[in-house]
Design a protein around this ligand. Structure first.
Ligand code: SF4
Length: 366
């Protein structure tokens, strides 16, 4: 199979263009079309000679994800379901900073992207892992989610606005750190001035707790933000809902987080989904506060989004508030998020699962 044009490095492209006898400036021209003007096809690169476009098309694949379905509207959280070249489905979620719910328009958006088709980690509350892991996303499939969203939203940009997405969170379907190499290459493109040019501080990587990869990230120069999907403050509770905790129990995970904080001098975030009767009790408040204080971490509480077919529930508002107040009283920096997109299958992996099950009612393609 041909390499994807959206995964080639500037050096690789430069070498290829040179081998074809093209002038040096062509490399920047092509990159500009791909990442700043964000074209949807080679034909749109109108100031590149036709013969060059032809050659590029013969040497590389131009393969952005195809939009299969969009849920939500322009001014609320929007979920995109993408069809990849092999027919696999993945999701991205575009989240406005201030949904128009309160009459406020906002032009700042966070995009949550996927890194795998399915997930092998099997967190008990999550739709993404329900049918297991299929494959890692390729570099261009990660970058492509961002580009395809920008293309899809082009008409919505106001004057002077050159992009829709301001922040990126790697928190969609899949365990990002389990696709470490492809993710890092994709982020190099997303972060680069010649690429999508989203600052490292505007990119947050999330993990369910893969300690070795956190250590690896700590040792590398990138300045990305780190979020840990914690969801349990004791090994007993966490192992019940996140099998990964048996491999990397909390002391191991926290040691890796410490390395990260020490190396980067950055605050990390603990994501904590509140699930009724599982991790929303008083017994979790103290240990969670201890971990947060030890790591100078911020805690982001997220009331659970119901997943069809799973028994877990969202705690009532009073319980959510009590949990939040308990942390605040212990001096922890904590927020309680009203999960946006509650009504559009926003929990990661739900839309894909629904469409796959409609398409394959007898079972799933392997
Ligand atoms: S929460 Fe993340 S790591 Fe866990 S099963 Fe879902 S996608 Fe995988």
């Amino acid at each position: 199979m041909l390499p994807s044009l959206h995964s080639v490095t500037p050096t690789g492209l430069q070498d290829q263009l040179k081998a074809w006898g093209e002038p040096v400036f062509r490399c920047n021209q092509v990159l500009d079309w791909l990442y700043r003007k964000r074209v949807g096809s080679l034909e749109e690169m109108y100031n590149c000679p036709k013969a060059l476009r032809q050659r590029l098309g013969d040497a590389y694949r131009f393969a952005l994800p195809r939009c299969q379905q969009v849920q939500g509207s322009a001014d609320t959280t929007r979920k995109y379901l993408w069809r990849l070249e092999d027919g696999a489905l993945v999701e991205s979620v575009l989240i406005p900073a201030n949904p128009a719910l309160y009459g406020e328009a906002s032009d700042r958006h966070t995009l949550c992207v996927s890194t795998q088709v399915g997930c092998a980690y099997g967190c008990r509350f999550c739709a993404s892992g329900l049918d297991g892991w299929k494959r890692n996303l390729e570099v261009h499939e990660i970058v492509g989610q961002l580009l395809a969203i920008e293309i899809h939203c082009r008409e919505e940009l106001s004057e002077g606005q050159d992009r829709k997405v301001n922040n990126l969170v790697i928190m969609g379907m899949g365990e990002p750190m389990a696709n470490y190499d492809n993710l890092m290459k994709a982020l190099d493109i997303i972060n680069a001035p010649w690429g999508c040019h989203i600052g490292a501080r505007k990119i947050t990587l999330s993990t369910s707790g893969l300690a070795p990869q956190i250590e690896q990230l700590a040792s590398q120069p990138h300045q990305y933000r780190l979020a840990i999907s914690l969801h349990g403050a004791t090994d007993e509770v966490r192992s019940r809902i996140m099998p990964v905790n048996r491999k990397y129990p909390l002391p191991t995970l926290m040691q890796a987080c410490e390395s990260y904080v020490r190396a980067k001098g950055k605050m990390i975030t603990f994501e904590y989904i509140l699930i009724e009767g599982v991790n929303d009790g008083d017994d979790q408040i103290q240990p969670l506060a201890r971990w947060a204080q030890q790591l100078h971490a911020k805690v982001n509480l997220i009331p659970y989004n119901h997943v069809e077919g799973l028994r877990w529930k969202r705690p009532d508002v009073a319980t959510q508030e009590t949990f939040l107040q308990g942390l605040l009283q212990l001096g922890v920096k904590a927020t309680l998020r009203r999960e946006k997109g509650h009504d559009i299958d926003a929990a990661c992996g739900q839309l894909r699962l629904k469409v796959e099950r409609e398409e394959h009612p007898q079972g799933h393609p392997s």
